[in-house]
Design a protein around this ligand. Structure first.
Ligand SMILES: *Cc1c(COP(=O)(O)O)cnc(C)c1O
Length: 361
């Protein structure tokens, strides 16, 4: 038996053990088909049941009702940066963005490439994207307001989403979708690369309010149109079958083993508090995000110098704690504690941090 480590990777990231075990158990014979899920046709009843269940689970967990389509589109969250302005702009109306770092910045860039009237109504660039902007005015004129709910790299997160009046909110929730309940009503579109919190890499989940589809212009390529996916239940062409199958299992685990998003949020808060409380009482570690903007998903911190950070990451791995290196663009350390990372992993991490400080501090 190989030994599994505590996985703090930012993405692709940890999956729940019961989900991996279920995949293993039914790999050779999926539901009596005599084939693995890797081998069945996406036009079969077997796969149809899988994708329909994944859509239903998503609607139930997020309380979406019938106003929304749930789509699976390959190309990751990054393709959405481009598809959104292409599909959902409105003639004569600006596209508003809040810039909280890397991913928002990339979304802004893709809209500008298309020559759109882009307005950045708020940004935290002045302090290295270490906080979530608070004071800004939303213009009722905009076609939409785009923001990123959780900055995976800097470890900042919107505790409360921006209020935008009649302007639909568009949100990149790649690194915190399904981590907490929220009211979907103000949202026109929500998207997330699956590989952070809901599954493996290979597809983005796109939740789109039905009235948004009226904005989709005719003259864009078929595979870049939201309507192509909404009209064919994400199966105009072959979808990322294994990703959708795994995502469905993760969502079922979330509902059945955890008890839904309220319960998940409680656990996520408890996990994050363990690390932040430890960091706050230490002179050795310090958190890099403003306290009121701290992420429950990605805890970013520094040690007194880079040499210590290197040793910290290496020794942690020897102790079975993997993935603690910060994003290559910012350095430092980062513990990604998505839904699938359990509280015992976090307790072991905090114990290791204490021990390392005692030895090296
Ligand atoms: C990882 C990440 C992305 C990029 O996702 P891809 O699926 O690799 O394109 C975008 N936004 C956020 C918030 C992310 O964390």
């Amino acid at each position: 038996m190989s030994k599994r480590i505590h996985n703090f990777n930012a993405g692709p990231a940890a999956l729940p053990l019961p989900v991996l075990e279920e995949i293993q158990a039914e790999l050779l014979d999926f539901k009596g088909s005599g084939m693995s899920i890797l081998e069945v046709s996406h036009r079969s009843k077997w796969f149809d049941d899988v994708i329909n269940e994944a859509v239903e689970m998503t609607k139930n967990l997020l309380n979406l009702g019938e106003d929304f389509h749930v789509l699976f589109i390959q190309g990751g969250a990054s393709l959405q940066f481009c598809m959104i302005p292409m599909n959902l702009s409105l003639e004569g109306k600006p596209l508003d963005f809040i810039d909280t770092g890397t991913w928002s910045t990339k979304a802004i860039k893709e809209a500008k490439i298309q020559g759109k009237d882009v307005r950045v109504i708020a940004s935290s660039e002045d302090k290295g994207f270490s906080y979530i902007p608070k004071d800004f005015k939303v213009d009722e004129d905009a076609a939409y307001l785009h923001f990123t709910s959780n900055n995976t790299i800097k470890g900042t997160q919107w505790a409360k989403f921006p209020e935008s009046g009649n302007v639909p909110l568009f949100c990149d929730m790649s690194s915190d979708i399904m981590s907490r309940p929220f009211d979907a009503k103000p949202f026109g579109l929500i998207y997330a690369g699956a590989q952070k919190n809901i599954g493996p890499a290979g597809t983005a989940m796109v939740i789109i309010r039905k009235d948004m589809l009226e904005r989709v212009p005719d003259n864009i390529p078929t595979m870049l149109k939201y309507t192509t996916f909404s009209e064919k239940n994400s199966m105009f062409n072959t979808p990322a079958c294994l990703v959708i199958y795994t995502t469905n299992l993760v969502l079922k685990w979330l509902q059945e083993n955890i008890g839904g998003l309220e319960e998940m949020e409680k656990v996520n808060k408890e996990k994050a508090a363990l690390i932040y409380d430890f960091i706050d009482q230490s002179d050795f570690y310090h958190g890099t995000a403003a306290k009121d903007s701290r992420s429950l998903m990605n805890v970013t911190f520094r040690l007194p110098n880079e040499d210590l950070e290197k040793r910290f990451v290496a020794q942690a791995l020897e102790e079975g704690l993997g993935g603690l290196k910060g994003h290559r663009s910012v350095g430092g350390c980062r513990a990604s504690i998505y839904n699938a990372t359990d509280i015992w992993a976090v307790k072991d991490l905090v114990a290791f941090m204490a021990e390392f400080e005692k030895k090296e501090g």
